[in-house]
Design a binder for this molecule. Structure first.
Ligand SMILES: [Zn+2]
Length: 287
């Protein structure tokens, strides 16, 4: 039977049913857009302790429209912002309070790696707070992190005694530039229970422009020295200047690191880019 064979009433009914089906489909698509995959469970212990902290001020950050969040257990992408700091910003405490206010729970890079790769269940809104270079100025930030009970990761430059570089924990002179934490300070923060120590090479070299031999030395030797000095396993690495190549990534994995951070900007991490993790620049950029 053709449509032209239908009488007016039948045509009206057919059109009405079609419109109804269309409306129902649109409503279903709209409702499904609010659906989010099952949240990973998390021990509330830390979140409870954080909720005791009195928070001032209201967030003025607009909600981000990013919708690529999926459950980390599936081993794909996860929203896990990693914040990169160098010196302690003036407003560091308010940035950290904002982070807590927005419901984030700080994790170390070790924990972040396990969450991203689906090995452990994480908090509903994990964030990693990281510091590059090991400046002694960062002890001010650490004091605030301690007060707020927030975990963080500090990437330390060794500073080769032979290279003549005036940087890093092995720096001998105190009047040749930035001040760096000494071994006693690093040992002290490493044993604070809130801090993970990561490597930031021996000499803060731009790795991708170096020979494989030099890269190997920077990546392996810094890990060896940190492990020897601190008596802990070093799992996390940050590329100086954010520079790396395929060779760099391969060497970092070969050395036994479990993750590496870049300065590429995003907060969506992927389990197959564990040696190319993204970082953002301040807590105000949190989604
Ligand atoms: Zn650096």
């Amino acid at each position: 039977m053709k449509i032209s064979d239908l009488n007016r009433f039948q045509k009206f009914t057919l059109i009405t049913i079609s419109i109804l089906i269309l409306i129902i489909t649109v409503i279903l698509i709209y409702l499904l857009s609010f659906y989010e995959p099952t949240r990973i469970s998390f021990t509330k212990q830390k979140e409870k302790s954080l909720s005791k902290i009195a928070l001032a001020g209201k967030s003025v950050i607009p909600e981000n429209k990013e919708t690529t969040l999926v459950n980390s257990v599936s081993g794909k992408n996860i929203k896990l912002p990693i914040i990169l700091y160098h010196k302690t910003p003036q407003d560091f405490e308010s940035q950290m309070k904002l982070l807590i206010e927005r419901g984030y729970t700080a994790v170390t890079m070790n924990e972040a790696t396990e969450i991203i790769t689906g090995k452990i269940v994480g908090p509903s809104k994990p964030v990693a707070i990281t510091f590059d270079d090991g400046f002694s100025d960062q002890l001010k930030a650490l004091e605030i992190l301690r007060k707020l009970n927030l975990k963080s990761t500090f990437y330390i430059i060794i500073g080769s005694r032979n290279s003549g570089w005036c940087l890093g924990v092995e720096k001998k002179a105190n009047n040749c530039g930035d001040a760096y934490m000494n071994w006693d300070e690093i040992k002290s923060i490493a044993s604070s229970g809130l801090v993970e120590i990561g490597s930031h090479t021996v000499d803060h070299t731009s790795l991708s422009s170096q020979s494989e031999k030099v890269q190997r030395y920077e990546i392996f030797e810094s890990k060896r020295i940190l492990e020897e000095k601190l008596g802990i396993k070093i799992n996390s690495f940050a590329y100086p200047y954010g520079k790396y190549s395929e060779i760099t990534k391969r060497l970092v994995a070969e050395a036994g690191y479990k993750n590496a951070t870049t300065v590429n900007s995003s907060y969506i991490q992927s389990s197959n880019m564990i040696f190319e993790l993204y970082r953002i620049r301040k807590a105000n950029d949190l989604p």
